[in-house]
Design a binder for this molecule. Structure first.
Ligand code: RIB
Length: 319
């Protein structure tokens, strides 16, 4: 299939400037710690996922909003430079979205997001970009834009028979009619616990979480379990557990976004869900070896090289 014949991936979501401090210890409430360095990177879950797809060489369009401030041009340039089609990224009055991120010594992080312009991604932006959405092979969405927009997007995609992959982050209650429209739902461990209401006894039980999420009407799940790897289950009975790739972790910021972008890309390239999850686990593994969100996204060549080294023995399960 030529690039012109490929149905694009469309991302509807946030674009943030990430203000990142590296710290020896993530501070508790009331505590002050000294950081070792400070950087500003382009980020935002939506923009990161779009860049992840573009770096893998697949066509991708972004629907989102930038503000008019010192970050706006840099954020736009990062998307465009990666190859994301930004014809549906508008500028609005006010500030861009910003994320304050602390990265600890093992690459772990804590993040505060201030939505800024992302709060102005509205239901009418879904309607005004309907042709773009109709052309999509899959639509990726996260929860850093208003919930009314997410709800409208999912109902429009259901009407137009366009599959939706939702990264349910940051965790937020979702109406039942939204949950029922989701083809792929990709929570991390904290989010899986939130959406399944699981206590300590089910927190690490993938099967219980799968059953709870299927009971909500979700059609396919990928649980992103950090160092434990990835668990995939589809309503057709496909099930796979993929261990994490053995890499040296520098910064886990946007590893989940790297995964989602690559999982969608794999599916669009005609890989099975299990193969796509393996491909995505490799892309996410590469992303954690590098600092920052968008700058850490893997290319197709790097991802395939890592898969060649470790991939063939890593998936257990069918599909
Ligand atoms: O998923 C990582 C992203 O979360 C960061 O880039 C930050 O902007 C927040 O949206």
């Amino acid at each position: 299939m030529t690039r012109d014949e490929q149905k694009p991936i469309v991302v509807v979501g946030s674009i943030n400037a990430d203000l990142v401090a590296h710290v020896e210890k993530i501070p508790r409430s009331g505590e002050t710690v000294l950081g070792s360095d400070f950087t500003i990177h382009p980020g935002g879950k939506g923009a990161n996922q779009a860049v992840a797809v573009a770096r893998l060489g697949y066509p991708v369009l972004m629907i989102g909003k930038l503000g008019i401030d010192a970050f706006s041009d840099q954020l736009r340039a990062s998307l465009r430079g990666a190859g994301v089609d930004i014809r549906a990224v508008d500028r609005v009055e006010g500030a861009c979205g910003v994320a304050l991120i602390e990265v600890g010594p093992r690459g772990e992080n804590s993040i505060v997001v201030v939505p800024g312009a992302n709060a102005k991604v509205l239901p009418e932006d879904i309607d005004s970009n309907i042709e773009i959405l109709r052309s999509a092979g899959v639509v990726l969405v996260q929860l850093e834009i208003p919930m009314q927009t997410v709800a409208h997007l999912t109902s429009v995609c259901a009407r137009e028979h366009v599959p939706v992959m939702m990264d349910p982050a940051p965790a937020h209650e979702l109406p039942p009619e939204v949950l029922r429209t989701i083809r792929w739902f990709t929570p991390n461990e904290t989010e899986a616990a939130f959406y399944t209401g699981s206590g300590a006894e089910t927190q690490y039980d993938s099967h219980k979480q799968r059953d709870a999420l299927f009971a909500l009407g979700i059609q396919g799940i990928v649980l992103k379990q950090g160092a434990r790897g990835v668990y995939l289950a589809d309503l057709d009975g496909t099930e796979a557990a993929i261990p994490a790739f053995p890499v040296e972790t520098v910064d886990t910021t946007a590893a989940g976004d790297a995964f989602n972008g690559a999982f969608a890309t794999g599916l669009m390239l005609g890989k099975s869900p299990t193969e796509s999850a393996l491909f995505a686990a490799a892309a996410a593994a590469i992303s954690v070896t590098r600092p920052g969100a968008q700058p850490s996204m893997a290319s197709r060549e790097e991802t395939e090289a890592l898969l060649e080294r470790f991939g063939s023995v890593r998936a257990s399960g069918g599909g």
